[in-house]
Ligand binder design. Structure first.
Ligand code: SDX
Length: 374
């Protein structure tokens, strides 16, 4: 007889990983042993993706080679190019990305292999392609033909802002968005990463695992929360934050962007995102959403003792950077692609099928009857 499950597998250790670690009590996050506070603002997203996928922070030469591989891996393939306009006209962003990554897999030269070297190449291609898929989707759905070509002198972060906003970002804007991508890259056994590992553990391929992860990140309790935070900020009048939040809490509504399954104190990523939101509020000359966020944070903590998670201040940061609200979760997927692919590599390298038990709570001893006697 199976034991009773803990709802939502809370506190269940579902895998061993060398990729990231969280100390929920102390509010600390590490990527392969590096404290996120040491990486944020000092290590680029490309360096972080290399760290997660290839096991080390790169030397300058290794980084140059990895960036060249990312550039070479940008080609989106024929199936994506032929279907993107139709998908952009019919599907919402995260649904579209679920379709587009699947189509990208069809044209991936390593699609039929899960060998370590093939997985490393696919990880780099997927990391390079995800921002382009989002930018091209956005271009087609806004009636433009295709976004500006990536500028080889810009990083993944800089090119994404260029392609989505249509203007070259300032160096500081590109740095801040790059830090956002570093902060979202990996986070132990979150729901979308777990989905990817369950899929990979059947020895299915990387693209299948990533499609499973995208479908999981889409949900509002996970990656979809950042968009909901922005919608909440836009739905409240700046002078009525405290009352509006209290009314939501009194109605037992979840306030998006708050609470976390693991962190019992401040999410260390929120610390950086709050500071970036304040900086962008000042530089854009409009601190409304930052001020509202600060007030929301105070009310939710005072009423429920809950802290902001990664999604809360990410919303105002992305808004200040000119990213459309319904692309906030796709942005999360751009960053987490580096972690998801690293987890698939890790799962395939030391695999056992992930197949937990379950507790049966249904009827027993049912007597069968022919259909006309039921
Ligand atoms: C991400 O797992 C990861 O690492 C995810 C992530 C990553 O990097 O991959 O960190 C990214 O997904 C962050 C979370 C984004 N989601 C949201 O912001 C949605 C709002 N948050 C909640 O739905 C909730 O906090 C969760 C889903 C994040 C965690 O849920 P749990 O651990 O299942 O907690 P719970 O829902 O059981 O809540 C425990 C208590 C309840 O109170 P009681 O009913 O016991 O009185 O806390 C309350 C909840 O009502 N609560 C909230 C709340 N979150 C928890 N109340 C109001 N607003 C909230 N946001």
């Amino acid at each position: 007889m199976a034991d009773k499950p803990t709802k939502g597998l809370a506190d269940v250790v579902a895998a061993s990983t060398a990729l990231s670690d969280i100390d929920g009590k102390a509010g600390r996050l590490f990527y392969r042993g590096y404290d996120i506070h040491d990486l944020a603002g000092r290590t680029t997203f490309e360096e972080t993706a290399h760290l997660l996928q290839r096991g080390k922070l790169p030397t300058r030469a290794e980084l140059a080679a990895y960036v060249d591989e990312l550039h070479d891996g940008r080609a989106l393939g024929v199936l994506v190019s032929h279907n993107l306009p139709e998908i952009a006209s019919k599907q919402k962003p995260m649904e579209a990305l679920r379709s587009l990554v699947s189509l990208a897999g069809a044209d991936d030269p390593d699609k039929d292999s899960i060998a370590p070297d093939a997985n490393l190449r696919k990880a780099a291609r997927l990391t390079a392609q995800q921002p382009l898929l989002v930018a091209q989707y956005h271009a087609f759905r806004t009636g433009k033909d295709v976004p500006p070509e990536p500028d080889p002198s810009l990083s993944i972060a800089g090119n994404f802002l260029l392609q989505v906003t249509g203007r070259v970002p300032s160096q500081r804007e590109a740095e801040l968005f790059d830090t956002c991508l570093v902060l979202h890259a990996d986070h132990t056994m979150n729901a979308s990463t777990f989905a990817a590992r369950v899929c990979a553990a059947t020895l299915s391929d990387m693209h299948s695992a990533i499609v499973a992860a995208i479908g999981t990140l889409k949900g509002p309790l996970h990656g979809g929360a950042n968009e909901q935070v922005m919608k909440t900020l836009e739905s409240i009048s700046p002078g009525n934050v405290a009352q509006a939040v209290r009314e939501k809490l009194d109605a037992h509504e979840k306030i998006m962007g708050f609470g976390h399954r693991v962190y019992k104190t401040e999410d260390p990523r929120a610390t950086h995102l709050r500071r970036m939101s304040a900086e962008l509020a000042e530089s854009t000359g409009d601190d409304t959403y930052y001020r509202m966020s600060k007030e929301m944070e105070e009310v939710v903590f005072e009423s429920k003792g809950l802290y902001p998670n990664v999604d809360f201040y990410a919303a105002s940061v992305y808004h200040y950077l000119g990213i459309p609200t319904d692309l906030f979760t796709p942005v999360f997927s751009i960053s987490r692609m580096s972690g998801w692919t690293a987890h698939v590599i890790e799962q395939h390298a030391d695999n056992r099928l992930i197949r937990p038990d379950s507790e049966y709570i249904g009827e027993r001893d049912q007597k069968w009857k022919p259909i006309d006697e039921r």
